[in-house]
Design a protein around this ligand. Structure first.
Ligand code: GRG
Length: 294
């Protein structure tokens, strides 16, 4: 993970405009939002899924995936910046430091999110990329669907509407499949489709894997929110419960939520078992998502 995390850090560093470029304050805030922190789970999934069709990981294959990895992380970072705004989740701490609107003001935070979203698609469309034009267009489509109103932004709308509501488990799952799961699924699909050569049935297994880990990610997020500390997570804990939002922990209870996350991890593993060693990193990422402590 560390090698790939360093790789994505330098790809993001290259992609984001320098903080000396006008408008300097906006660019500094974009870099503040993206660089130097975050687990980089989504880029890691892009690279890991991109390895599945390959006999071995080559520099050429990794280079093909760099722009996709940057794009998904920029979308993710944008979602965190907007999510923290007072009109949404209203949180002052993110990735262990003051949220972007606390450090730079709300107007800049809004523009940071907007600009990161644009950079994501610029990165996918980049004609210096080694991907052919059709593949680049397919990637734009997959990411746009995942980020939009039928994906992440739609999930966020449902989340905001759920404050103070009593959701059933299927309703909670529907919300998270969109809010958190859609982008995670896109990461796996984009990685796998870029390297080519997989059967539709194999892509379907990868998609099932992504569905399981996307949901597990959120279940574990709720467990950590209930059990961990603000210092460990780098964001305010207990906020969802305080804000009267439905979570897996308050619907299922802590121990059933943990068992559910583990069940999802087992299902994720089953879905990629057919790929053997080529899916080792995906397997490890499923473990990381469920067993992480931050
Ligand atoms: C504002 C359009 C819009 C969407 C926001 C994803 C999202 C929707 C909001 C994030 C709120 C949140 C805390 C969701 C729980 C799951 C999640 C996405 C956690 C943060 O992701 P990590 O743990 O963060 O991968 P790092 O900082 O490691 O990248």
């Amino acid at each position: 993970m560390a090698g790939i995390q360093a790789r994505i850090e330098s790809a993001l560093e290259r992609t984001l405009p320098g903080s000396d470029i006008v408008p300097a304050r906006l660019h500094a805030a974009m870099r503040y939002a993206v660089l130097g922190a975050g687990k980089r789970v989504r880029p890691l999934l892009v690279y890991a899924a991109g390895e599945v069709p390959l006999a071995e990981r080559t520099e050429e294959a990794l280079t093909r995936l760099d722009n996709l990895a940057c794009a998904v992380e920029c979308i993710h970072a944008y979602s965190l910046v907007h999510d923290d705004l007072p009109c949404m989740d209203d949180d002052v701490l993110r990735r262990g430091k003051p949220s972007v609107h606390v450090e730079y003001g709300e107007a800049i935070a809004l523009l940071v999110g907007d600009s990161l979203q644009s950079i994501a698609f610029q990165s996918l469309a980049d004609d210096r990329s080694t991907l052919d034009a059709n593949t680049r267009m397919a990637m734009v489509r997959i990411l746009a669907m995942a980020a939009g109103s039928r994906g992440m932004a739609g999930g966020q709308a449902i989340d905001l509407a759920s404050v103070g509501e009593k959701l059933s488990l299927p309703e909670l799952e529907f919300m998270h499949i969109h809010k958190t799961g859609a982008l995670i699924r896109a990461c796996v699909t984009m990685g796998a489709r870029t390297s080519g050569g997989l059967l539709e049935s194999e892509l379907a297994c990868l998609d099932n894997y992504a569905h399981c880990i996307g949901l597990a990610f959120q279940v574990v997020d709720d467990v950590l929110d209930a059990e961990s500390t603000t210092a460990t997570l780098g964001k305010t804990v207990g906020k969802d419960a305080d804000d009267n939002k439905p979570t897996y922990v308050n619907i299922m209870g802590l121990s059933r939520a943990k068992a559910f996350a583990d069940e999802l991890r087992a299902q994720a593993h089953q879905n990629i078992a057919r790929f053997g060693k080529r899916a080792r990193r995906l397997e490890e990422l499923a473990d990381f998502i469920v067993l992480r402590k931050f």
